[in-house]
Design a protein around this ligand. Structure first.
Ligand code: NOJ
Length: 566
């Protein structure tokens, strides 16, 4: 296929579904594929171009499907392959492409490959990272792990296998052993599996923690803070020397570029320069990456649960840095939320009843007017808030539960640990979608939901959102339509203004004779605008937001978008 100067996703908006929390059709309390099929018109009406489906493959569900035991099967919890095909057809009929999660840094420990690999004599032994105990240590005793690496979910990154007397690497849970990408058979098996899904009609992949697949060899100790149980030096495990090679090989083997498949790589420790190398149009390796840089700006210390207040200029400058770094080559993804992050209106905005709607709209506006491909995570489009759980019994997420038990076990105050979870736990964004207001479980399920719904589902639900003519949902529709309609929104050059202003987020996007100006008050107080420092608004058309009145003072969370024709 001819190489496009601007790939099709430069004008696309992606919607992410976390299937177990979207809509349940069979009453088992867990969302499923038929539940999604029943909501296709809702998605089409929103105007999205791509649906990214978090994993629905066969899985023991230790990490809610990010632990896959059969890449070619749909987990019965979610439905069947026939349901999957019906979903793909239903999406394609509505002009929406389907992107699958690709989880290939690790499999489940119940995957046939790993089961076979447990036998030291098996040809699959080398498909995973097996290592003997540290020299001088008795296998299975404290400190005997081959390296001092931590797992992202707490504890050591190595699990001891008594039967063989060796350890296997798991950067996530012990039920998620890391595949050994150095082995060419592993790579070919992954590419073949990807080709099967593409042949089935899948339009691309969201690649889970993809820059962990190449590890620096030999696997060796990282720096360990004094008193810390393990090394948290992620640099040792991320961005290994063969990353580019593996991605290029995958691209060729699956025909990613040739078929214009959509790819986004989730990358811990990925800065903008690396992202440019991965997403350069000259050497296509990935369509775009998910960075974590902007997601760590409210992190105080070592752990993601140690919080500090967000300093708005830092966030603005971080996004601006990525816009500039990828201005001429490479491509950005734009996101505030996903199934691993809390709700943006609670995290960075103001979810109090008086401000929630305006704050959700303001955060949506600034994100969607940047250059890149925006992502909407289910429920974000109706301004859903954090779950606000106050008891550990309400949590289901493995990361949150491990963290709580480790911290409390080490003497931390349970109330303080719960406060951290209340703000940052992944379950904040995983609460089921409340579809209606007058049905049991708000129309999510006829049964018992696997995770409690938000306590505010009475007021924040899809039915109410659909009925509000000037609500958050309507605002998302307009933002999505703007991206489709205006080339300047797709491709315009970005410039940040008033970078150090602690409340205002102001920027322009310019393409030939058109300039889009965004002026947003990102605070819960009214805010004066230094109009002299903005481009001249004489001929400007107000595209979105505001009452159309004077711009000298913006209401709390008021965000305006102007189009200026030069
Ligand atoms: C990133 C995924 O988004 C997250 O949900 C998962 O726990 C880890 N990767 C491990 O697969």
């Amino acid at each position: 296929m001819e190489k496009l100067s601007h790939p099709w996703w430069s004008s696309a908006v992606v919607y992410q579904i976390y299937p177990r929390s979207f809509c349940d059709s069979d009453g088992d309390g867990i969302g499923d594929l038929r539940g999604i099929i029943g909501k296709l018109d809702y998605l089409a009406d929103l105007g999205i171009d791509v649906l990214w489906l978090s994993p629905v493959y066969a899985s023991p569900q230790d990490d809610n499907g990010y632990d896959i035991s059969d890449y070619d099967a749909i987990d019965p919890l979610f439905g069947t392959l026939a349901d999957f095909d019906e979903l793909a057809t239903g999406l394609h009929d509505r002009g929406i492409r389907l992107v699958m999660d690709l989880v290939v840094n690790h499999t489940s420990d119940e995957h046939a490959w790993f089961v076979e690999s447990r036998d030291p004599a098996s040809p699959k032994r080398d498909w995973y990272h097996w290592r003997p105990a540290r020299e001088g240590f008795e296998p299975g005793t404290p400190g005997a792990e081959p390296t001092n690496w931590a797992s992202f979910f707490g504890g050591s990154g190595w699990a001891y296998d008594e039967a063989s007397g060796e350890y296997y690497l798991h950067l996530f849970s012990p039920k998620q052993p890391d595949l050994n990408w150095e082995n060419p058979e592993v790579r070919e098996a992954v590419y073949a599996m990807m080709r099967r899904w593409v042949d089935r009609g899948v339009d691309g992949f969201r690649m889970d923690v993809i820059n962990l697949i190449s590890k620096t060899l030999p696997l060796a100790d990282g720096r360990q803070e004094q008193g810390a149980p393990y090394s948290d030096e992620v640099e040792r495990v991320a961005n290994g020397p063969r990353m580019i090679e593996f991605l290029e090989e995958m691209n060729a083997a699956v025909g990613i570029d040739e078929r214009q498949l959509f790819t986004v790589g989730e990358m811990v420790l990925c800065d903008a320069d690396r992202a440019r190398a991965y997403t350069s149009r000259e050497h296509p390796r990935l369509g775009m990456v998910f960075t974590f840089e902007h997601m760590s700006l409210d992190q105080g210390g070592f752990s993601k649960f140690d919080l500090r207040p967000l300093h708005l200029p830092e966030l603005k400058k971080n996004l601006a840095h990525w816009q500039t770094a990828l201005a001429d080559d490479g491509w950005n993804s734009l996101y505030w939320e996903n199934h691993d992050q809390p709700r943006v209106v609670s995290r960075f905005g103001d979810d109090s009843p008086g401000h929630r709607v305006a704050a959700a709209k303001a955060w949506a506006t600034v994100l969607h007017l940047h250059k890149g491909t925006p992502y909407v995570y289910q429920g974000e489009e109706i301004g859903m808030t954090n779950a606000g759980f106050t008891s550990i019994d309400d949590y289901r997420d493995i990361e949150s539960l491990n963290f709580y038990h480790e911290a409390v076990g080490a003497g931390a105050d349970p109330a303080a640990v719960l406060a951290g979870l209340g703000l940052k736990s992944r379950d904040n964004a995983r609460t089921p979608i409340p579809w209606g207001s007058d049905e049991p479980s708000y129309g999510f399920t006829r049964g018992t939901p696997w995770l409690p719904l938000n306590a505010n589902a009475d007021t924040i639900n899809v039915q109410a959102a659909l009925a509000a003519s000037d609500g958050v949902l309507e605002h998302y529709k307009r933002l999505i339509a703007l991206r489709h309609e205006l080339e300047v929104v797709q491709l315009g050059r970005f410039e940040l203004l008033l970078a150090d202003d602690p409340k205002l987020w102001v920027f322009t996007r310019t393409l030939s004779s058109e300039t889009v100006l965004v002026v947003a008050n990102m605070s819960s107080e009214a805010c004066g605008v230094p109009v002299d420092e903005l481009p001249r608004l004489g001929e400007a058309e107000l595209l979105l937001g505001g009452s159309g009145g004077d711009i000298q003072t913006l209401d709390p969370w008021e965000a305006r978008v102007y189009l200026i024709r030069n």
